[in-house]
Design a protein around this ligand. Structure first.
Ligand SMILES: Nc1ncnc2c1ncn2[C@@H]1O[C@H](COP(=O)(O)OP(=O)(O)OP(=O)(O)O)[C@@H](O)[C@H]1O
Length: 367
């Protein structure tokens, strides 16, 4: 997938911008706060119709303006497509492909896959399990529409079941048959999600280890463990049984706390380095190397599963990495064809030197 052109109107600090991109490497250089990351965020919008920084859409409209528009020309290998994302101040966000609006934003996910590596990724290590779950979900959803559908259904069902548990407690009343209406879809969708998360983590682990080994020159060994309430004693010949048992065993607890205490909405990913928690013992550079390995593996899997090469967004990537790790990373980019890459850096000279070392066509934009 190649973005040949990007037009931005009233997006964050950018009033009006128009870029013609290289099919290979594009760099944005400039001082702190000039809006380099915001350009990557605009490209991220073209991919999944939302910010990677977690801001609300309305906050991304330039101050004192009434809307923002992001328009990209995307070559999918067969033809050029115009993707347009528009957020008015007082109406719903719109996303269009070739002038046709999508009914649901989810229908666009997967058309233009992207992988972002940014300083904000460190939240993946430091935050609670929720951000790792969201990352895992986003990773799988980009290659598997059914997964996204199951996840949306599961989340709706958990909310409905929790509301029912609360209403039971409030009215001092309980009806097992009524609860069963929600248990069934919870088990069906939750089990499918568990199996997919397990398979995906298993398939990505060797890639993460191999990329980490290359970047760190074999200095440390990392692992990623998927953890789920459904794991212990899960039987693939009767997959629904485990979740069924869990709900039964925890019924009294769920009634007492008035929410669903067990399930795949509590899953987590455990990141380890040499057998210890990466969060506890990893230096900033080691953690960053791990996150880069994780993201490059994500890229590799998306490419393998969909046949599409995601765009790679590298925000401030060289900060905190020593020269040896930067060299290894560049070596990697040279060896494997990563498709179209967008890089931000405050240091123009460093960027020019880097680009010289990578044997790809490039453009540098000074902001
Ligand atoms: N809705 C908005 N309206 C106007 N300006 C905004 C809006 N949202 C963010 N900004 C501005 O965007 C700028 C930050 O842009 P960005 O993070 O892209 O900078 P950067 O060039 O990547 O900086 P750094 O090198 O520090 O990472 C800030 O000056 C901020 O005030």
């Amino acid at each position: 997938m190649i973005i040949s052109n990007l037009k931005i109107l009233n997006f964050k600090n950018h009033q009006e911008r128009n870029f013609g991109f290289s099919a290979q490497i594009n760099c944005f250089v400039g001082n702190n706060g000039v809006g380099k990351t915001n350009i990557l965020d605009a490209l991220h919008y073209l991919s999944v119709a939302k910010s990677f920084l977690g801001n609300t859409d309305l906050n991304n409209i330039k101050t004192d303006e009434d809307f923002f528009t992001i328009e990209g020309t995307v070559d999918d290998g067969e033809k050029e497509n115009i993707i347009k994302v528009q957020q008015p101040k007082d109406a719903k966000k719109l996303i269009k492909k070739n002038d046709k609006s999508y009914d649901r934003i989810a229908d666009h996910i997967g058309f233009l896959p992207s992988v972002i590596i940014s300083p904000y990724d460190s939240n993946l290590i430091s935050d609670s399990g929720e951000s790792r779950r969201r990352f895992l979900d986003a990773m799988i959803s980009q290659t598997d529409f059914e997964y996204l559908f199951n996840l949306i259904q599961y989340q709706k069902t958990v909310q409905q079941r929790n509301a029912l548990l609360k209403s039971f407690a409030k009215n001092r009343y309980f009806d097992a048959d009524n609860l069963e209406i929600y248990n069934q879809p919870l088990i069906k969708f939750g089990t499918k999600i568990f199996v997919k998360r397990q398979q995906f983590t298993d398939s990505i682990l060797p890639l993460i280890q191999s990329y980490y080994e290359t970047i760190s020159n074999g200095k440390e060994k990392v692992t990623v463990n998927y953890q789920s309430d459904l794991q212990e004693g899960f039987d693939y010949s009767q997959p629904d049984q485990k979740f069924k048992n869990l709900l039964l065993e925890n019924l009294e607890k769920d009634r007492a706390v008035t929410y669903t205490s067990k399930g795949i909405h509590k899953d987590d990913l455990l990141f380890e380095m040499n057998g210890n928690s990466l969060k506890k013992i990893g230096s900033q550079g080691q953690q960053k190397s791990f996150l880069i390995a994780l993201k490059l593996s994500q890229m590799n899997r998306i490419k393998e599963l969909t046949g599409k090469t995601p765009i790679l967004l590298l925000d401030d990537i060289f900060d905190k990495l020593d020269d040896s790790r930067v060299s290894q990373l560049i070596e990697l980019v040279n060896q494997e064809h990563f498709g179209q890459i967008f890089i931000t850096d405050t240091n123009k000279e460093r960027t020019e030197n880097l680009v010289k070392r990578i044997n790809e066509e490039s453009k540098i934009f000074e902001l």
